[in-house]
Design a protein around this ligand. Structure first.
Ligand SMILES: [Zn+2]
Length: 322
Protein backbone atom coordinates (compact mmCIF):
# COMPACT_ATOMS: atom_id res chain seq x y z
CA UNK A 1 0.00 0.00 0.00
CA UNK A 2 1.28 3.44 -0.80
CA UNK A 3 2.42 5.39 2.21
CA UNK A 4 -0.23 8.13 1.97
CA UNK A 5 -3.02 5.56 2.24
CA UNK A 6 -1.41 3.99 5.30
CA UNK A 7 -1.14 7.48 6.82
CA UNK A 8 -4.74 8.26 5.86
CA UNK A 9 -6.06 5.10 7.55
CA UNK A 10 -4.23 6.05 10.73
CA UNK A 11 -6.05 9.40 10.74
CA UNK A 12 -9.53 7.85 10.81
CA UNK A 13 -10.82 8.80 14.24
CA UNK A 14 -14.58 9.02 13.77
CA UNK A 15 -14.37 12.84 13.64
CA UNK A 16 -12.57 13.80 10.44
CA UNK A 17 -14.37 13.36 7.11
CA UNK A 18 -12.75 11.27 4.40
CA UNK A 19 -12.19 14.46 2.39
CA UNK A 20 -10.38 16.12 5.30
CA UNK A 21 -8.16 13.06 5.74
CA UNK A 22 -7.51 13.00 2.00
CA UNK A 23 -6.51 16.68 2.02
CA UNK A 24 -4.21 16.20 5.01
CA UNK A 25 -2.38 13.17 3.69
CA UNK A 26 -2.50 13.56 -0.08
CA UNK A 27 -4.31 10.23 -0.51
CA UNK A 28 -6.41 10.33 -3.68
CA UNK A 29 -10.01 10.81 -2.42
CA UNK A 30 -11.73 8.44 -4.83
CA UNK A 31 -9.33 5.57 -4.16
CA UNK A 32 -9.33 6.30 -0.43
CA UNK A 33 -13.16 6.16 -0.35
CA UNK A 34 -13.13 2.82 -2.19
CA UNK A 35 -10.53 1.44 0.25
CA UNK A 36 -12.50 2.63 3.30
CA UNK A 37 -15.75 1.14 1.98
CA UNK A 38 -14.05 -2.19 1.29
CA UNK A 39 -12.54 -2.28 4.80
CA UNK A 40 -15.89 -1.34 6.33
CA UNK A 41 -17.74 -4.04 4.39
CA UNK A 42 -15.11 -6.54 5.59
CA UNK A 43 -15.76 -5.48 9.21
CA UNK A 44 -12.17 -4.22 9.60
CA UNK A 45 -13.26 -0.61 10.06
CA UNK A 46 -16.26 0.25 12.22
CA UNK A 47 -18.41 3.35 12.66
CA UNK A 48 -17.48 5.48 15.65
CA UNK A 49 -21.18 5.84 16.56
CA UNK A 50 -21.48 2.03 16.69
CA UNK A 51 -18.40 1.72 18.88
CA UNK A 52 -19.80 4.28 21.33
CA UNK A 53 -23.26 2.70 21.36
CA UNK A 54 -21.87 -0.80 21.86
CA UNK A 55 -19.56 0.33 24.65
CA UNK A 56 -22.58 1.52 26.69
CA UNK A 57 -24.58 -1.67 26.20
CA UNK A 58 -24.60 -4.65 28.58
CA UNK A 59 -24.63 -6.70 25.35
CA UNK A 60 -21.36 -5.15 24.13
CA UNK A 61 -19.48 -8.45 23.89
CA UNK A 62 -22.28 -9.95 21.77
CA UNK A 63 -22.49 -6.80 19.63
CA UNK A 64 -18.75 -6.73 19.05
CA UNK A 65 -18.84 -10.43 18.16
CA UNK A 66 -21.57 -9.77 15.57
CA UNK A 67 -19.49 -6.85 14.33
CA UNK A 68 -16.78 -9.30 13.30
CA UNK A 69 -19.15 -10.67 10.64
CA UNK A 70 -21.65 -7.89 9.98
CA UNK A 71 -20.54 -4.33 9.08
CA UNK A 72 -21.03 -2.09 12.08
CA UNK A 73 -23.85 0.02 10.59
CA UNK A 74 -25.97 -3.16 10.26
CA UNK A 75 -25.26 -4.68 13.67
CA UNK A 76 -27.99 -2.77 15.51
CA UNK A 77 -30.68 -4.05 13.12
CA UNK A 78 -29.30 -7.58 13.24
CA UNK A 79 -29.33 -7.56 17.05
CA UNK A 80 -32.91 -6.23 16.99
CA UNK A 81 -33.91 -9.19 14.81
CA UNK A 82 -32.29 -11.53 17.32
CA UNK A 83 -34.08 -9.82 20.24
CA UNK A 84 -37.47 -9.87 18.52
CA UNK A 85 -37.38 -13.48 17.32
CA UNK A 86 -39.57 -15.81 19.33
CA UNK A 87 -37.83 -19.14 19.86
CA UNK A 88 -39.98 -22.10 20.82
CA UNK A 89 -37.95 -24.64 22.79
CA UNK A 90 -39.57 -28.06 22.74
CA UNK A 91 -38.25 -30.04 25.69
CA UNK A 92 -36.18 -28.38 28.41
CA UNK A 93 -34.24 -31.33 29.75
CA UNK A 94 -30.50 -31.73 29.34
CA UNK A 95 -30.17 -30.23 25.86
CA UNK A 96 -33.11 -27.81 26.09
CA UNK A 97 -32.09 -26.20 29.39
CA UNK A 98 -28.57 -25.52 28.06
CA UNK A 99 -29.82 -24.29 24.68
CA UNK A 100 -32.43 -21.94 26.18
CA UNK A 101 -29.86 -20.51 28.59
CA UNK A 102 -27.35 -19.87 25.80
CA UNK A 103 -30.02 -18.19 23.66
CA UNK A 104 -31.03 -15.96 26.58
CA UNK A 105 -27.38 -15.05 27.19
CA UNK A 106 -26.93 -14.24 23.49
CA UNK A 107 -29.75 -11.70 23.32
CA UNK A 108 -32.74 -13.72 22.14
CA UNK A 109 -35.55 -11.75 23.77
CA UNK A 110 -38.56 -14.03 23.50
CA UNK A 111 -38.67 -17.67 24.52
CA UNK A 112 -41.48 -20.20 24.78
CA UNK A 113 -40.53 -23.21 26.90
CA UNK A 114 -42.57 -26.37 26.37
CA UNK A 115 -42.27 -29.40 28.66
CA UNK A 116 -44.66 -31.32 30.88
CA UNK A 117 -42.07 -32.85 33.22
CA UNK A 118 -40.98 -31.87 36.71
CA UNK A 119 -37.36 -31.77 37.84
CA UNK A 120 -36.05 -35.00 39.39
CA UNK A 121 -32.76 -35.51 41.21
CA UNK A 122 -31.66 -37.87 38.42
CA UNK A 123 -31.85 -34.92 35.96
CA UNK A 124 -29.24 -32.85 37.81
CA UNK A 125 -26.22 -34.65 36.31
CA UNK A 126 -26.77 -33.08 32.91
CA UNK A 127 -29.28 -30.23 32.98
CA UNK A 128 -29.15 -26.72 34.43
CA UNK A 129 -31.41 -27.36 37.42
CA UNK A 130 -30.50 -27.48 41.09
CA UNK A 131 -31.66 -29.41 44.16
CA UNK A 132 -34.00 -26.53 45.03
CA UNK A 133 -35.84 -27.07 41.70
CA UNK A 134 -36.65 -30.74 42.38
CA UNK A 135 -40.42 -31.22 42.15
CA UNK A 136 -40.95 -27.96 40.21
CA UNK A 137 -42.08 -27.96 36.61
CA UNK A 138 -38.96 -27.72 34.47
CA UNK A 139 -40.41 -24.87 32.42
CA UNK A 140 -41.16 -22.83 35.58
CA UNK A 141 -37.72 -23.44 37.10
CA UNK A 142 -35.98 -22.57 33.82
CA UNK A 143 -38.12 -19.47 33.20
CA UNK A 144 -37.13 -18.14 36.65
CA UNK A 145 -33.47 -18.88 36.01
CA UNK A 146 -33.54 -17.14 32.62
CA UNK A 147 -35.25 -14.05 33.99
CA UNK A 148 -32.56 -13.79 36.62
CA UNK A 149 -30.08 -13.65 33.73
CA UNK A 150 -32.10 -11.16 31.66
CA UNK A 151 -35.04 -9.46 33.44
CA UNK A 152 -36.21 -8.04 30.08
CA UNK A 153 -36.66 -11.53 28.62
CA UNK A 154 -40.23 -12.35 27.62
CA UNK A 155 -40.58 -15.99 28.56
CA UNK A 156 -43.69 -18.14 28.36
CA UNK A 157 -43.51 -21.47 30.21
CA UNK A 158 -45.99 -24.07 28.91
CA UNK A 159 -46.49 -27.13 31.12
CA UNK A 160 -47.50 -29.44 28.35
CA UNK A 161 -46.22 -31.92 25.82
CA UNK A 162 -46.57 -31.26 22.11
CA UNK A 163 -48.13 -34.57 21.31
CA UNK A 164 -49.13 -33.85 17.73
CA UNK A 165 -48.41 -31.38 14.96
CA UNK A 166 -51.79 -29.64 15.39
CA UNK A 167 -50.84 -28.55 18.94
CA UNK A 168 -47.60 -27.10 17.62
CA UNK A 169 -49.33 -25.54 14.61
CA UNK A 170 -51.60 -23.57 16.99
CA UNK A 171 -48.58 -22.34 18.90
CA UNK A 172 -46.87 -21.29 15.66
CA UNK A 173 -49.94 -19.35 14.59
CA UNK A 174 -49.67 -17.20 17.75
CA UNK A 175 -45.91 -16.86 17.43
CA UNK A 176 -45.86 -15.41 13.92
CA UNK A 177 -43.73 -16.18 10.88
CA UNK A 178 -40.42 -14.97 12.29
CA UNK A 179 -40.41 -17.58 15.04
CA UNK A 180 -37.98 -20.52 15.16
CA UNK A 181 -38.56 -23.94 16.68
CA UNK A 182 -35.75 -25.84 18.35
CA UNK A 183 -36.51 -29.48 18.96
CA UNK A 184 -34.86 -30.71 22.15
CA UNK A 185 -37.59 -33.25 22.93
CA UNK A 186 -36.53 -36.89 22.88
CA UNK A 187 -39.69 -38.57 24.15
CA UNK A 188 -40.77 -40.97 22.73
CA UNK A 189 -37.73 -40.40 20.44
CA UNK A 190 -35.93 -37.56 18.64
CA UNK A 191 -37.15 -39.08 15.35
CA UNK A 192 -40.80 -39.05 16.43
CA UNK A 193 -40.71 -35.49 17.75
CA UNK A 194 -38.77 -34.29 14.68
CA UNK A 195 -41.42 -35.75 12.35
CA UNK A 196 -44.09 -33.92 14.36
CA UNK A 197 -42.10 -30.67 14.29
CA UNK A 198 -41.55 -31.01 10.54
CA UNK A 199 -45.27 -31.44 9.84
CA UNK A 200 -46.21 -28.28 11.75
CA UNK A 201 -43.26 -26.15 10.61
CA UNK A 202 -43.62 -27.03 6.91
CA UNK A 203 -47.26 -25.90 7.06
CA UNK A 204 -46.38 -22.64 8.84
CA UNK A 205 -43.12 -22.04 6.88
CA UNK A 206 -41.31 -21.81 10.19
CA UNK A 207 -37.60 -22.65 10.37
CA UNK A 208 -36.63 -25.39 12.79
CA UNK A 209 -33.45 -26.78 14.30
CA UNK A 210 -33.20 -30.40 15.39
CA UNK A 211 -30.95 -30.20 18.41
CA UNK A 212 -30.16 -33.90 18.25
CA UNK A 213 -29.19 -35.55 21.47
CA UNK A 214 -26.54 -37.88 22.77
CA UNK A 215 -26.19 -41.54 22.23
CA UNK A 216 -23.63 -43.53 24.19
CA UNK A 217 -20.35 -41.78 23.37
CA UNK A 218 -21.71 -39.44 20.67
CA UNK A 219 -23.25 -35.98 20.73
CA UNK A 220 -25.67 -35.91 17.82
CA UNK A 221 -25.96 -32.58 16.06
CA UNK A 222 -29.13 -32.25 14.07
CA UNK A 223 -30.15 -30.44 10.92
CA UNK A 224 -31.34 -26.89 10.45
CA UNK A 225 -34.40 -26.85 8.20
CA UNK A 226 -35.61 -23.85 6.23
CA UNK A 227 -38.99 -25.01 4.84
CA UNK A 228 -39.15 -24.97 1.05
CA UNK A 229 -35.45 -24.08 0.78
CA UNK A 230 -33.50 -26.94 2.36
CA UNK A 231 -33.66 -30.65 3.05
CA UNK A 232 -36.22 -31.48 5.73
CA UNK A 233 -36.16 -34.08 8.47
CA UNK A 234 -37.67 -36.69 6.11
CA UNK A 235 -35.04 -35.98 3.42
CA UNK A 236 -32.40 -36.65 6.07
CA UNK A 237 -34.12 -39.83 7.22
CA UNK A 238 -34.27 -41.16 3.63
CA UNK A 239 -30.55 -40.53 3.10
CA UNK A 240 -29.59 -42.08 6.45
CA UNK A 241 -31.73 -45.16 5.74
CA UNK A 242 -29.92 -45.62 2.42
CA UNK A 243 -26.51 -45.20 4.06
CA UNK A 244 -27.26 -47.71 6.83
CA UNK A 245 -29.49 -50.10 4.93
CA UNK A 246 -26.96 -52.44 3.38
CA UNK A 247 -24.96 -53.21 6.49
CA UNK A 248 -27.92 -53.66 8.83
CA UNK A 249 -30.11 -55.96 6.79
CA UNK A 250 -31.29 -58.88 8.93
CA UNK A 251 -30.28 -57.30 12.25
CA UNK A 252 -32.77 -56.76 15.04
CA UNK A 253 -32.48 -54.16 17.76
CA UNK A 254 -31.95 -55.58 21.24
CA UNK A 255 -34.95 -54.60 23.37
CA UNK A 256 -33.96 -53.46 26.87
CA UNK A 257 -37.07 -51.60 28.02
CA UNK A 258 -36.02 -50.29 31.46
CA UNK A 259 -32.48 -49.42 30.64
CA UNK A 260 -31.57 -45.75 31.04
CA UNK A 261 -29.28 -44.70 28.24
CA UNK A 262 -25.94 -43.29 29.39
CA UNK A 263 -25.27 -39.58 29.15
CA UNK A 264 -22.86 -36.90 30.24
CA UNK A 265 -23.44 -33.16 30.74
CA UNK A 266 -20.65 -32.03 28.34
CA UNK A 267 -22.13 -34.11 25.52
CA UNK A 268 -25.56 -32.58 26.07
CA UNK A 269 -23.99 -29.12 26.21
CA UNK A 270 -22.13 -29.67 22.92
CA UNK A 271 -25.36 -30.62 21.16
CA UNK A 272 -27.13 -27.64 22.75
CA UNK A 273 -24.37 -25.21 21.75
CA UNK A 274 -24.50 -26.27 18.11
CA UNK A 275 -28.28 -25.89 18.11
CA UNK A 276 -28.14 -22.48 19.83
CA UNK A 277 -25.57 -21.27 17.28
CA UNK A 278 -27.90 -22.33 14.50
CA UNK A 279 -30.91 -20.57 16.02
CA UNK A 280 -28.84 -17.39 16.38
CA UNK A 281 -27.72 -17.60 12.73
CA UNK A 282 -31.29 -18.13 11.48
CA UNK A 283 -32.64 -15.34 13.71
CA UNK A 284 -29.97 -12.87 12.54
CA UNK A 285 -31.19 -13.49 8.99
CA UNK A 286 -28.01 -12.11 7.44
CA UNK A 287 -26.39 -13.77 4.43
CA UNK A 288 -22.95 -13.12 5.94
CA UNK A 289 -23.70 -15.58 8.79
CA UNK A 290 -25.90 -18.26 7.24
CA UNK A 291 -26.89 -21.36 9.23
CA UNK A 292 -24.16 -24.01 8.96
CA UNK A 293 -26.18 -27.18 9.54
CA UNK A 294 -28.50 -26.90 6.54
CA UNK A 295 -28.51 -30.17 4.54
CA UNK A 296 -26.26 -31.99 6.98
CA UNK A 297 -25.94 -33.41 10.46
CA UNK A 298 -23.00 -34.08 12.70
CA UNK A 299 -21.63 -36.24 15.45
CA UNK A 300 -19.10 -35.40 18.12
CA UNK A 301 -17.21 -38.44 19.30
CA UNK A 302 -16.38 -38.41 23.02
CA UNK A 303 -13.59 -40.99 22.70
CA UNK A 304 -11.69 -39.22 19.93
CA UNK A 305 -12.97 -35.61 20.29
CA UNK A 306 -13.54 -35.69 16.54
CA UNK A 307 -16.42 -34.23 14.60
CA UNK A 308 -17.97 -36.13 11.73
CA UNK A 309 -20.50 -34.59 9.36
CA UNK A 310 -22.89 -36.37 7.01
CA UNK A 311 -24.34 -34.59 4.00
CA UNK A 312 -28.13 -34.84 3.84
CA UNK A 313 -29.19 -33.22 0.56
CA UNK A 314 -32.82 -32.50 -0.41
CA UNK A 315 -34.49 -35.67 -1.75
CA UNK A 316 -36.74 -35.13 -4.77
CA UNK A 317 -38.99 -38.06 -3.74
CA UNK A 318 -39.70 -36.31 -0.40
CA UNK A 319 -41.52 -33.51 -2.18
CA UNK A 320 -40.75 -30.88 0.48
CA UNK A 321 -39.14 -28.53 -2.05
CA UNK A 322 -41.47 -27.81 -4.93
ZN1 LIG B 1 -37.88 -33.33 2.57
Amino acid sequence: MRQEFALALQQLDGQLTLMEVSNRTGADLEHFQALVHALHASCILEDDSFAQWAAQSPWRRVLNFLGDYIPSNDVQDAFARLSDTEVIVLGVGAVGSWAATELCQSGVGRLVLVDKDTVETSNLNRSLYTQSNVGQYKVDALAQRLQRINPQLVVRPLRQMMSDSDDLAKLLQDAGPASIVINCADSPSVDATSAMVDAACQRAHTAYVIAGGYNLHLSLIGMTVLPGKSACYHCGRLTLENLQGDELVGLRKLARPWRNIGNLAPLAAITASFAANEVIRVALSDSRIPPAMVNRRGEFNFLTSEMHFTSLPPRPECGCIS
